[in-house]
Design a protein around this ligand. Sequence first.
Ligand code: DAH
Length: 374
Amino acid sequence: MAYTVPKLKDYSAPALDKAVQELLSALQQESKDVSSESDWKTFRDRWMARKNGVLTQVNVLWLKAAPEDAKRDVGQRVNQLKKQVEEVVEQTPEWLKGGASAARLTAEALDITLPGIRRPLGAEHPVIKTSNEMVAIFRNLGYSVEEGPEVETDYYNFESLNFPPNHPARDTQDTLFISGQESKPLRERLLLRTHTSPVQIRTMERLKPPIRIVIPGKVYRNDPPDASHSPMFHQIEGLAVDTNITLGDLKGTLDHAMKAMFGSSVKTAFRPSFFPFTEPSAEMLVSCFICGGSGRRGTEPCRPCKQTGWIEILGCGMVDPNVFEFVKDNGYDPKRVSGFAFGMGADRIALLKYGVDDLQLFFQGDVRFLEQFV
Ligand code: DAH
């Protein structure tokens, strides 16, 4: 039960001692229960409020009521009590009394002038960086970015790109097939895409012409890893289809892109080639941006261009009408539209650009190698 100040009948020293003891033990007890700032204020007021605090009551009930001959003794004890009560109230922990200012004092115990914890910044992988640069060049020409699945069907990877079943051109792609697909019709069987070209068809199924797209992504081939091969690598594909696209558009666009990528002084050249999904097809060459096209670096032969002064950089061509036949119903009537397409290897371009001589370095994840490209 809460302590109340008793009236005194007996003013003898032992009786006064006992009353004082009871009061002090109530004080101690109540101070222990203080656990918040508002508790503390209630506690302070209960004991020290001028109007009806315990000390005021002690004054009235003990001192004022005391007989004349006990007043001196009672007065001394009451003074003593006052000090003790004040002390206990004051001693209540700093943080409970100060509120915001106490919280600030605690916070300032943190030394904000100490150096922070430095977390190393990550960086784009050199291959992704190269790919992003190429994509940005085409985006600036108004191309949009498309992506597609890495696990692809035979239909999108081959058939709709004019590689008929059993066509020998399929063998050039060292395909990694997903096992257990034999019960499905050929065109539904799954494989790891060998190029980003299937996204051409996937996009033409979705978007009507005209379109201009770039397609960055990972591709897979059954090539044992060595300094210039990897079972996983990266391509950047492009496709433009409209009513009047010509070989001149292809050449102008790609010439611009190569100059934007490798510097305005590079020259470009085309050499006939073959891809089932383009007709005519070509390989594009850029003059070697390492030796400036001379084939030599000082007295040394230039290795990246094999001393020819030219570097093969991509495959391209005019979209074969047979490809449009597969998406004819979506507005790609080969009699009405024409287009060009191209595809290049981002890893190879990164190798050349950074003068790295082993493709495997890109995929081993050694931070000491990778952090050089930040
Ligand atoms: N898909 C071809 C490959 O991986 C590259 C390519 C060549 C893509 C010509 C094209 C193209 O779009 O027109 O070898």
